[in-house]
Write a protein that binds this ligand. Structure first.
Ligand SMILES: *Cc1c(COP(=O)(O)O)cnc(C)c1O
Length: 401
């Protein structure tokens, strides 16, 4: 990779455009080619074992590695300022690979009590079946992480900002606590992106992204990635990609790479729009509560200010009778799409029902359930603010609220 060293010193916009790419040596093509080939003609004997890979191993079979996927991984490595990256077919494939490659029978995991529902369900339902015990805690409270840690705690997993409450966790504090017990800290940084937060620089060992969201940015390709040091990523590549098989299609990698080029400038507009809309919602009579890290009323605004250089475009709000409002949204919204997912150029809104989440995904009871209900009521609208004109987005919401 000829431009790796040069790009080390450049700003994030330059990295987003150039890192991992170079003109094609055969044709001079300026834009990256898509290499869809599943197999490669080799002129030397290459070991077929996943255990004998090194950086100089030639391309042989696309479940091992693929030139287009490598380009995406190099771009993300540069943006996150990591040593290495491995891409996956989806954010969930990335999360599953991390949990199953680093945890074994008898290990213990501490995880956010509320986070992405897929990860929450995997941790609570699948891991215990494999003899891995799991303690969900409010990671926003460092004392709660500390008291959940046991001798066999091998990993602390947190998500910040988190689904769907937009909770913030102090990554540096969580890293200190995890490391004092020789546990790994894994951070799902999908809502933040490398533009807002660099968890590795705050002490995290592994960063997970759903590339389907901000990094791809256009809602047309699924992917995931994990970043960290060379040793951890090599282990994940062997187990999580080559053996578990969650490989990303080169076509998706190419689409996501094209999206990544504009990530820094998109994040600026996502943040600008989200701040304006969060303030509009906060001033609206029908809105009971707004959660956005850029608002001074967010209880963790100070931590967010410390560890985020962009507050991202994700917010949540609560109204009285959210189900009636949701029905109105499905019929009347003209610009927002009433749809799940997030991080796209298009604005998205969706009701995250408390009843569903607290029973099926989070299994909350007692004090934790009360705390969840105090913020979310019977449901929160999760909003992913897109790149449209904020005046138009406000007009669209105003006819509903
Ligand atoms: C969407 C999402 C995931 C899962 O990613 P997929 O690409 O949908 O598999 C994981 N974590 C967070 C925070 C997400 O928003």
């Amino acid at each position: 990779m000829s431009n790796k060293k040069l790009l080390l010193q450049t700003g994030s916009q330059t990295k987003a455009v150039h890192a991992g790419e170079r003109p094609d040596s055969g044709t001079g093509a300026s834009a990256p080619n898509i290499v869809m080939s599943s197999t490669f003609v080799v002129d030397e004997t290459v070991s077929f074992s996943a255990l004998n890979l090194d950086e100089d191993t030639p391309y042989m079979y696309s479940r091992w590695s693929n030139p287009t996927v490598t380009q995406l991984e190099d771009k993300l490595t540069a943006l996150e300022e990591a040593e290495a990256c491995v891409a996956f077919a989806s954010g969930m494939a990335a999360s599953t690979a991390v949990l199953l490659s680093f945890l074994s029978h008898g290990d213990h995991l501490v995880i956010s009590s509320t986070n992405y529902p897929g990860t929450a369900e995997l941790a609570r339902k699948t891991l215990p079946r494999m003899g891995i015990s799991v303690t969900p805690v409010d990671t926003g409270n460092p004392a709660a992480i500390e008291s959940a840690i046991k001798k066999n705690t091998r990993m602390v997993w947190l998500e910040t900002p988190s689904n769907p409450l937009i909770n913030i966790t102090d990554i540096a504090k969580a890293a200190q606590i995890a490391h004092s017990n020789h546990s790994l800290l894994a951070v799902d940084s999908t809502f933040a992106t490398p533009i807002a937060t660099k968890p590795l620089s705050l002490g995290a060992d592994l960063v997970i992204h759903s590339l389907t969201k901000y990094i791809g940015g256009h809602g047309d390709a699924m992917g995931g990635a994990v970043l960290g040091n060379r040793e951890h990523i090599a282990h994940l590549h062997n187990e999580g990609v080559i053996h578990h098989g969650g490989v990303i299609s080169p076509f998706n990698a190419w689409l996501i790479m094209r999206g990544t080029a504009t990530l820094p400038i998109r994040m600026r507009v996502h943040q600008e729009n989200a701040q304006i809309i969060a303030e509009y919602l906060e001033g609206h009579d029908s809105v009971e509560l707004v959660r956005y890290p850029g608002l001074k009323t967010h209880p963790d605004h100070d931590i967010a200010t410390k560890q985020m250089s962009n507050f991202s475009g994700m917010l949540a709000f609560r109204v009285n009778d959210p189900h009636a409002v949701a029905r109105k949204m499905m019929k009347k919204l003209e610009i927002f799409h009433y749809a799940v997912s997030l991080g796209h150029h298009r604005s998205l809104i969706y009701l995250m029902e408390t009843k569903d989440l607290v029973t099926s995904s989070y299994e909350l009871t007692g004090f934790d359930l009360d705390r969840y209900r105090r913020i979310a009521g019977s449901g929160l609208f999760r909003v992913s603010i897109g790149l449209e004109n904020h005046e138009d987005l406000i007009k669209d919401l105003d006819q509903i609220l």
